[in-house]
Design a protein around this ligand. Structure first.
Ligand code: FES
Ligand SMILES: [Zn+2]
Length: 224
């Protein structure tokens, strides 16, 4: 997510300390855990100007439930009025809304892995590969999807920089339920064991970036 610059004005209310004036301590504690463990599955800034911020998102709760949550902050002469609505049983001022705000606050201080736009022909942004734009950055994790040659480069960058990566493979799939074997990579089936595989797993692969199977299971060796 690219955070709009206007969100900066709300930074004091996007931290655990700031939220303590609005939410009870137990909710803030749970929200911190949700914001850290990947439970915030979607976070959108719907409206933001100098006095009003509205966010909307989805948060995975306990028992694999997914809650739709929206929160707004209105600034009134330095005072923040927080309004929240959530599909969880609490319904408002709940930990899910607080988790959205904490995630948004973290996006202001994180070294964004969003590196900008590269193009192969230089028609926009950087002329070259996306991995060129990663140099000098130190994300906690790297997530990537796209053509396998790009994923191979992303894996090489992740391994060279000690960054754990999760890469989403695109392989021909005929059955999608683990029967035909067309999506095989090494001993794994991309349709069952993937499509997201870890950098640790792919670093051991003899086929990643080298071998794909086409319709009918025909093996094709890809150019190095
Ligand atoms: S698509 Fe058939 S086993 Fe994966
Ligand atoms: Zn809730």
């Amino acid at each position: 997510m690219r955070t709009p610059a206007a969100v900066e004005a709300f930074a004091p209310w996007l931290s655990a300390e700031g939220l303590a004036s609005v939410y009870d301590p137990a909710a803030v504690g749970r929200a911190r855990a949700y914001a850290s463990d990947g439970s915030v599955l979607r976070l959108d800034v719907d409206v933001v100007d100098s006095e009003f911020l509205a966010v909307d998102g989805e948060v995975a709760g306990s028992g694999a439930r997914l809650y739709r949550t929206s929160v707004s902050i209105e600034l009134d002469r330095g005072r923040a009025v927080v309004t929240a609505d959530c599909s969880c049983p609490v319904g408002w001022e709940c930990k899910h809304g607080a988790a959205l705000l904490l995630c948004l606050g973290r996006s202001l201080t994180t070294d964004h892995p969003d590196p900008g736009t590269p193009t192969d022909d230089g028609s926009a942004g950087h002329h070259g590969f996306i991995t060129d734009l990663l140099d000098g950055r130190s994300p906690d994790r790297l997530y990537s999807c796209g053509p396998e040659p790009m994923l191979v480069k992303a894996l090489a960058w992740a391994l060279a920089n000690g960054v754990p990566a999760e890469l989403c493979l695109e392989r021909y799939m005929a059955c999608g339920v683990g029967l035909c074997g067309v999506c095989t990579i090494d001993r794994d089936l991309v349709c069952q064991d993937g499509p997201v595989l870890s950098s640790e797993r792919l670093a051991q692969s003899a086929e990643f970036g080298k071998v794909v199977r086409e319709a009918g299971g025909i093996v094709r060796h890809t150019p190095a």
